[in-house]
Design a protein. Structure first.
Lengths: 197, 328
């Protein structure tokens, strides 16, 4: 079925080709990856949200665009959502090792805590453990003020920012056109109002 | 405003009767205490359904809202305006990403949401079904439509659903420059030539009626809000948000010497509330249902973009991928 071309004020829209009517299949938008941002050197990483991507490397590129385009950033990392292990102490029993994790070689896990509902998960340190379940149990054991949730991510599953990539964000402060303070119309408005009085 | 379709097809509040009363009470007590709801918590089906609908419509509005402004990037007057508008439009598309993810934590996949957008099943902000004839229309959108969106977003950021609040906090922080940029553009038109002033006045005449529709139907015809306000899904009534917008922006528009095309518009000295000519809700309904000047163009552009990008997504997709719902 061929329909009429689009009538638009923008001639480029009028020139768009006719296409079929797509219905999106599962995974057309890929799976999800979680994004963690360090706003300044020495500050803890914070969970910023997810991106959809076909793999870890593309997730890193898209995360950089979606979450570190506007505000200060010194480093960024991403991990597949499947690799972020969650434990909510109020609602779940203490995690125990499953068969898959018993076969793991020990590793270092990045630990995050969501201290209050509605806030962001914040990095609280790293723990050496034989499995993600053990890492979560240790984090829980070491904790005095109990958070809403713990997250543990095996470092081997993380796409970190390499040292030669750390200059990605150096030019952010120069992009004044994204800064509300760069749009001062007050004086121009005042001159206009004075003149029209 | 977003999620307002219930005015026309009912909130389904009857489903409440089938909820577990103990869990419902605990859920309501948590909201009462000012705590947020997180994706893993129990929630009533009506809460989940209405939030999906609202956040999804908000996300679609960011995507579709980028179209009328986006076509003005190449024709924006001067390099600086092009740079600003491009950054603003990029932000809007980024905001759609954040919002789709927040809705996704409630159990509707992004594929389903986009399919429902391009098939016309789910709605987006009605105002983007009107055309931007001149640069002044693009300026009206940047300043006043964004101002209206910010009134709504600041209210909703205090709502009860954690992922939506987190997305809105980031969105509000990013949008602070949009409003200033839009006002700056309008000041330059206002302080310009007679022709430039006339151009903005004409844009104001065209956009005022859709702007009054923007916050959704009057409270007297949209009466499903009580339970949604109790659950902090909706944080202010449509009329309250409309009134707040008028309070903040009518003086700023008049200060520039422009005339708002509504002779009835005045703040009532007794009630402190704005009086105005009743917006044409029949037109609002007609345009929402697909019969506006740009409905077809907006959805066609979106649909063609999906169809033309499909081969890229297929080439990138890993056969081993397994879907996972985002965490927060």
């Amino acid at each position: 079925m061929k329909s009429d071309p689009i009538k638009s004020l923008d001639p480029r829209v009028g020139r768009l080709p006719q296409t079929d009517n797509p219905t999106k299949q599962p995974l057309d938008q890929f799976s999800t990856f979680e994004v963690f941002v360090q706003p300044a050197p020495g500050k803890p990483f914070r969970h910023e949200g997810p991106v959809h991507a076909p793999g870890l490397e593309m997730a890193y590129v898209l995360a950089k665009e979606a979450f570190t385009r506007r505000f200060t950033c010194s480093s960024l990392f991403v991990a597949d959502t499947h690799d972020v292990h969650v434990f909510a102490p109020d609602e779940q029993a203490l995690p125990t090792d499953d068969a898959a994790s018993k076969a793991m070689t020990p590793s270092t896990f990045e630990i995050f805590q969501l201290t209050k509902r509605g806030k962001q998960s914040v990095q609280t340190g790293a723990i050496e453990a034989a499995s993600p379940q053990q890492a979560l149990a240790l984090a829980h054991q070491q904790c005095t003020a109990m958070p809403y949730a713990f997250w543990a991510i095996d470092r081997r599953a993380i796409r970190f920012t390499a040292s030669e990539e750390q200059d990605f964000w150096q030019t952010l402060p120069d992009k004044k056109f994204r800064d509300a303070a760069a749009y001062k119309g007050g004086e121009k408005l005042q001159r206009f109002l004075d003149a029209s009085r | 405003m977003y999620g307002g379709g219930i005015t026309f097809d009912g909130a389904g509040a009857d489903t409440l009767a089938s909820e577990d009363p103990v869990r419902l009470q605990a859920f309501e007590a948590r909201i009462e205490r000012g705590e947020k709801i997180e994706p893993t918590d129990w929630m009533p089906a009506l809460y989940r359904r209405q939030l999906i609908r609202m956040i999804e419509q908000h996300a679609h509005s960011e995507i579709i809202g980028a179209l009328p402004e986006g076509t003005w990037i190449t024709r924006a007057p001067g390099f600086k305006r092009k740079l600003s508008l491009m950054a603003k439009v990029q932000d809007e598309v980024g905001h759609a990403q954040l919002l789709y993810s927040a809705a996704e934590t409630l159990g509707k996949t992004r594929e389903e949401m986009i399919t429902d957008l391009i098939s016309g099943k789910s709605k987006y902000s009605n105002i983007f079904n009107y055309p931007a004839y001149t640069w002044a229309d693009a300026c009206f959108i940047s300043w006043l439509v964004d101002a209206g969106a910010i009134v709504n977003q600041l209210a909703n950021a205090k709502g009860s659903y954690g992922p939506y609040c987190r997305a809105l906090e980031r969105i509000c922080a990013e949008e602070s420059f949009h409003l200033k940029y839009g006002h700056h553009c309008v000041i330059y038109l206002a302080a310009g030539t007679q022709q430039q002033r006339a151009m903005f006045q004409e844009a104001l005449n065209r956009w005022w009626p859709p702007m009054m529709h923007f916050f959704g139907p009057a409270d007297k015809i949209s009466d499903h809000t009580r339970i949604l306000m109790k659950w902090k899904v909706k944080m202010a009534t449509n009329d309250a948000m409309r009134n707040q917008f008028l309070d903040m922006y009518v003086p700023k528009i008049r200060e520039l010497g422009f005339t708002i095309p509504d002779p009835m518009l005045a703040k009532n000295p007794e009630t402190g509330v704005w009086d105005y000519t009743e917006p044409d809700w029949e037109e609002f309904k007609r345009v929402i249902q697909g019969d506006g000047p740009c409905n077809r163009e907006r959805l066609d552009v979106r649909r063609i973009a999906e169809a033309r990008g499909r081969w890229v997504r297929e080439a990138l997709r890993s056969p081993r991928a397994v879907y996972s719902m985002p965490l927060a």
